[in-house]
Write a protein that binds this ligand. Structure first.
Ligand code: A2P
Length: 338
């Protein structure tokens, strides 16, 4: 017994993790349908020990598919998501295409799993990687003390921009080490030994001056939490890290909350590993340690010096796993449990 599962974008950074996560979590797959662009059609990959041929993503390719995990960008999702749903698949899309659609639930299983059931289009949206790790960390605190405002600065890894972006970073680092000029191929400038805000400008009404990535964190937080009054002030920055995003979060609540209370709420929170080490140089969650792990790592919980209702936190998570592939597979697990 198993399900026919398609992975769209099977050759990409997230798609490969989706396949690996399905294997690792022993998702009941009777047949895997690996889809990508026509450029990759005919290439082979191995899933659960069996060789599969990658096919081009066409409407016909979804015949018989029951679960379709998409990570091939927004335009592919906009075009092919409805085709997959029309063929009878439950679509779980990692792109931004459907996140704002009122008829598509936007889901982090630890936060709003109940929303999965209400999916009139047959499409469930996977949130942005930065939103996911932030809300996994903040939800238990929100349930206890009600979030009012979040100020978040991100330190985002290059893998979030895809496989080719990681290659660009590594190639730039090699050029610098050899005293050669840096020739960016994916990033809009030098990424090695540098920081960049490399996202497109936001098209959100009133979002002038913000990047697309930043305003995603605003509306996604409000939609997932089901509370349009939660304020979010984001600054998103790409850092020369291969994998795993970090976030500095200042969260203000409706009532006073102590560091001890926050720790007790997060100690057994789903999907969270609480790092309780006292501050010392290097003793905090780090991308190289969070990379490859399923959990979101929360550390450096500090009081605010002037506001008893606010806390400061440091949150690190694997953007390809919990920030993308794992979250999508966890949604699929809930769907098949229905
Ligand atoms: P391909 O490898 O054939 O280009 P990443 O995020 O790592 O850049 O990966 C993007 C993924 O989306 C890849 O698997 C890529 O396939 C896939 N993709 C890109 N364009 C299309 C398309 N037009 N149709 C289907 N898949 C696409």
């Amino acid at each position: 017994m198993g399900f026919v599962v398609a992975v769209v974008g099977a050759t990409g950074a997230v798609g490969r993790e989706m396949l690996a996560t399905l294997e690792k979590r022993r998702f009941p797959v009777s047949e895997i349908v690996a889809l990508a662009s026509p450029r990759s059609a005919g290439q082979k990959l191995t899933f659960n020990g069996k060789e599969t041929t990658i096919k081009a993503t066409t409407a016909e390719a979804f015949k018989g598919v029951q679960i379709a995990l998409f990570s091939a960008g927004a335009s592919v999702a906009r075009e092919m998501g409805p085709a997959a749903a029309a063929a009878g698949a439950v679509v779980i899309d990692n792109s931004s295409a459907w996140r704002q659609d009122a008829q598509c639930p936007l889901v982090i299983p630890e936060v709003n799993a109940a929303a999965i059931k209400d999916r009139p289009r047959g499409i469930i949206a996977n949130p942005n990687c930065s939103t996911i790790q932030m809300l996994v960390a903040l939800k238990p605190l929100h349930d206890a003390a009600t979030l009012r405002h979040i100020i978040v600065s991100t330190y985002q890894a290059t893998s979030g921009k895809g496989h080719a972006a990681v290659e660009d970073l590594l190639q730039q680092a090699r050029a610098l080490a050899n005293g050669q000029p840096v020739k960016p191929t994916i990033f809009p400038g030098q990424m090695a030994q540098n920081l960049l805000c490399d996202w497109k400008p936001s098209a959100m009404e009133g979002g002038e001056g913000y990047s697309e990535e930043e305003t995603k964190m605003v509306f996604e937080t409000q939609k997932i939490m089901g509370d349009l009054t939660i304020g979010v002030s984001p600054t998103c920055v790409r850092v020369p890290v291969v994998n795993a995003h970090s976030e500095s979060i200042h969260a203000r609540f409706a009532r006073p909350i102590t560091v001890e209370e926050a720790k007790s709420l997060l100690r057994n929170a789903p999907g969270v590993v609480l790092d309780e080490r006292p501050y010392a140089p290097g003793a905090h969650p780090q991308p190289i340690q969070a990379s490859g792990k399923d959990e979101v790592f929360v550390g450096r919980i500090r009081r605010d010096f002037t506001d008893p209702n606010a806390l400061n936190l440091w949150v690190v998570g694997d953007n390809l796993l919990k920030g993308a592939a794992l979250n999508a597979v966890q949604i699929a697990e809930r769907v098949i449990a229905e």
